[in-house]
Design a protein around this ligand. Sequence first.
Ligand SMILES: Nc1ncnc2c1ncn2[C@@H]1O[C@H](COP(=O)(O)OP(=O)(O)OP(=O)(O)O)[C@@H](O)[C@H]1O
Ligand SMILES: [Mg+2]
Length: 106
Amino acid sequence: MRGIAIGTYEAEMNVIIHAGGGNVAAEAFPDMTVITVTDKGPGIPDINKALQEGWSTAPDYVRQMGFGAGMGLPNMQKCSDEFDIQSKVGEGTTIVMKFKHQSEDL
Ligand SMILES: Nc1ncnc2c1ncn2[C@@H]1O[C@H](COP(=O)(O)OP(=O)(O)OP(=O)(O)O)[C@@H](O)[C@H]1O
Ligand SMILES: [Mg+2]
């Protein structure tokens, strides 16, 4: 449950900071929750680079607010059971995170 909140928060902040807005959808199933985050922002030219801890293009005004550590995407990967990112420059980005429910969640 905590992972769902962290992963969704990181994805949502990225959409606001890097893509100028987008959509967050949550689907709840008995065994898992699926979070799909889409935007029609600038896209990510090199996804492998973006997934590295510490890699960020956040501008100064964003860093001054305490963001831009380059940890959002790595965090999403860590806290989800399945993580998929698709991105095309000029078209946008889609992230799908699957979180399996644990018995202690119930
Ligand atoms: N939705 C998006 N659209 C365009 N670029 C993105 C998007 N999400 C991430 N990026 C790119 O990937 C980089 C890494 O993202 P990540 O979330 O790991 O770090 P960050 O947002 O820069 O900093 P932090 O999340 O630690 O505050 C971003 O700096 C940005 O260049
Ligand atoms: Mg981020």
